[in-house]
Design a protein around this ligand. Sequence first.
Ligand code: F6P
Ligand code: MG
Length: 440
Amino acid sequence: STQTPEPYRGNNQQCFAYITIKERLPTILVKAMDCFLRNAPRLFKHNPHLPNEQREAMESDCKAVIAKFSQLRYEMMTDKELKCISGECNDVLLWNRALLELQEKQNNVTWFSSPWLFAECLMYRKISEFFKSSIHFSSFDPFEEQKKEALISSIRTAHLLAEFLCRHKCEAEIDEKQEFLSFLQLSLWGNKCDLSLSSGEQRPQDDNFITDLLKYKSFILCDNSDRLWDFVHSLKSNSKRIIIDIILDNAGFELFTDLCFVEMLYVIDVLNIETSLVRFHVKKIPWFVSDALKKDFYWLLEYIINLTDLETLSKLGSKWKNYLSEGLWVILEEDFWTLPYDYSEMQRIAPKLYSTLQEANLLIFKGDLNYRKLTGDLQWDNFTHLKTALRGFLPSSFCALRTIKADVVVGLSDKLSLNDLPSNWKTSGEYALIQFVECN
Ligand code: F6P
Ligand code: MG
């Protein structure tokens, strides 16, 4: 039978949601506050040209933001009811409608009793509200430093990756499938670097990132990459314009691996620079600590372009910047990605976005959060087919690349014996999935 299971919630102590809402999210709030406190006063404290009145206004604006953070942290830790969103942004109505829909299904929707996915999204939306409602700090991103550091601390590995990608200029022949699989896995493992799992602690990549791929193959618990390759390879004979959409996850090193993956598709002639189109979907507001925003994407390009002593990397950056200015690559922002809805609701809530995705030959969903939204973050049996868990969402053929950092996992083979895995296999980020669903 295909009864839809219940969502994961923080009030189940067996679930990662519990520890997340009890400990990890409060820590993330403290770090965001701390980042704001370290940076905001610089704007007004030591500026002799600022009239006193204005300085005071900024100071009290700053205090108001901090007070809101503390209040939110208190409400979360003491399991108070979820409150609606205020402000003038386009998504406010949709957010509050979503909360209302939830309250109609469940009375007393609190931080721990609400679906985990909802509560966690709400926290990030609230943070954004605190800054947007301030007068002087409306575009402040409390995770920016961490996102930048996530690339800077792994820049040597990024350079090695760039050289690995560009080595074909010297080699006569490359094994296309092998090349595809390598960069697919590099982009997959790039997802390990997310900062929300580690509550913001950096986990820099080491030099063995490329050579260790084989060693990590057994950590991919479901690997549809052979089927994905057949599909991607068949696109080559497609006479129409190829469109690939990447629903991005994290900025920094992960984004770099994603861009390398796309670049590899030109190298093996799946994409061509005359006609193909690649669309990158980013978040509109700071999200789950490390998720990529448009400005993070541009920052990455500028940062690597300016590394003139790492020539391969710098040239790659310039090349990518050109792709953007020539319209071969586009960056798209949509409110839907930062709403609390899972993807089975996309057609109802964001029909235009759904039809945009339908135009693509292939969609790539990066990361853990995208996976939770694909499957609704529901308590599926691990052997449920991914297609069942999608509950009707299938705008086009897609691949999910995810290192496992939350409870929901579907599509495993019953030959896999889960008892042999360490008990924290769902939350360590050490295990991964490459799942492909063809839409026909
Ligand atoms: O629980 C781990 C977690 O913080 C989840 O809340 C979230 O789904 C995930 O990490 C974020 O990871 P990713 O950047 O891969 O989506
Ligand atoms: Mg993320």
